[in-house]
Design a protein around this ligand. Structure first.
Ligand SMILES: Nc1ncnc2c1ncn2[C@@H]1O[C@H](COP(=O)(O)OP(=O)(O)OP(=O)(O)O)[C@@H](O)[C@H]1O
Length: 354
């Protein structure tokens, strides 16, 4: 099999990601041109670190910029988007936003495996899963295709499926949960070590959701992956993620250890998202829908805090000064070393204690 990381590394500049970090997104801005000809940021000056071996949840309402940010890990931006600042460093590879051609193709699948939104509907209905696997192998210049088939079967078995049966099946012969697992097999079969799952449970019933989440946790651990789960649903990542990053209006507004963010959210948006999720509050009668709607590209405030129009803690300063994403001491009962960051003018104590 073609070695993705090896040859891509030689094609790229030296990475500054350390062995403990697998992905370093720094100062990343991705813009789209609107119908009115303005170029506006869907992701603005984002910093995100994926620590090796951990599951990170990237959470926020629809349109907050999660998929646009996640896609840059593949060196991709949805057309007609454009990266206007920043870098995405992959350990052993370098800045993926600067790669082109064969080096970029090798990163896709060889280093980063991506399970796209609605991937359970993306299989070709006219070909068996096995035929599509061989197509994937040929597209990536895999020299020994029987090895690829063997690895796909192993991954199927790891995910509780009969490998031979799955590879001989057409899409319509598989349940939604099985198709989602096949998407994960395709993402991992070229030996990716970073797995990105965009809305992995949307469109699945509750039982299949729980099963897919359990399997993601098992595969992550078994293979030793670094995993990013993109979701609008805090409940999806509340039990699985080690770390959470919360996005709103193209900005990361809070990040840190999942358990701390869920127990003591220090940003008003994180707090509101958690309060709106019955599965996290544990009591449907306590869940409170988030008032208002998330902004689209044209309505994201150009000045001040992007969340201020929906914020329960808004103050004068929020209209004029955009709060930076600053580190802070972390949990009150675990001060220091928590790796928490927040972008808010209100004090953490005010938000946590409210
Ligand atoms: N190809 C595109 N052309 C123009 N605008 C786009 C394009 N793709 C995304 N956007 C805009 O960028 C913003 C961020 O979109 P993105 O899909 O990254 O958000 P998201 O948080 O992943 O939401 P969702 O889960 O609904 O996809 C949105 O305002 C969206 O309308």
């Amino acid at each position: 099999m073609a070695s993705a990381a090896g040859s891509a590394a030689s094609a790229a500049s030296a990475a500054s990601a350390t062995p403990e970090t697998e992905v370093l997104v720094r100062d990343l801005t991705v813009c789209f041109r609107t119908d009115r000809g303005e170029e506006l940021p869907a992701v603005a000056h984002a910093d995100l670190t994926l620590q090796a071996g951990l599951i990170t949840g990237l959470v926020g309402e629809s349109g907050s910029g999660k998929s646009t940010l996640a896609l840059t890990l593949l060196g991709a931006v949805p057309s007609p988007g454009r990266i206007t600042s920043g870098s995405v460093q992959l350990t052993g590879i370098g800045d993926v936003t600067r790669l082109k051609g064969a080096a970029l193709r090798q990163v896709r699948g060889g280093k980063v495996g991506y399970v796209f939104q609605a991937s359970q509907n993306s299989l070709n209905p006219l070909k068996t899963v096995g035929k599509q696997l061989l197509d994937l192998g040929r597209a990536h210049d895999v020299e020994y295709l029987p090895g690829l088939v063997r690895r796909a079967r192993e991954l199927c078995e790891l995910m509780g499926m009969d490998g031979k049966r799955v590879l001989d099946s057409y899409q319509h012969e598989l349940s939604g949960g099985m198709r989602q697992r096949v998407g994960i097999v395709f993402a991992l079969v070229l030996n990716a070590r970073v797995l990105v799952l965009d809305e992995p449970t949307t469109a699945l019933d509750m039982l299949s959701q729980a099963a897919v989440l359990k399997i993601i946790g098992q595969v992550h651990k078994e293979i030793g992956l670094t995993t990013l789960i993109v979701t609008h649903d805090m409940g999806v990542v509340s039990e699985l993620a080690d770390r959470l990053a919360v996005m709103y209006g193209g900005r990361i507004v809070e990040d840190g250890p999942a358990e701390q963010l869920l127990r003591r959210p220090s940003h008003p948006y994180t707090r509101a998202l958690i309060n709106a999720t019955a599965r996290v509050t544990g009591d449907i009668s306590r869940a409170r829908a988030l008032p208002g709607r998330p902004p689209d590209l044209a309505s994201i405030p150009r000045q001040g805090c992007v969340f201020r129009q929906r914020c329960a803690f808004v103050m004068d300063q929020c209209a004029t000064e955009e709060p930076p994403l600053d580190a802070w001491g972390g949990d009150i009962d675990n001060a220091g070393g928590s790796g928490r960051r927040r972008a808010c003018h209100a004090t953490p104590e005010a938000v946590i204690g409210a």
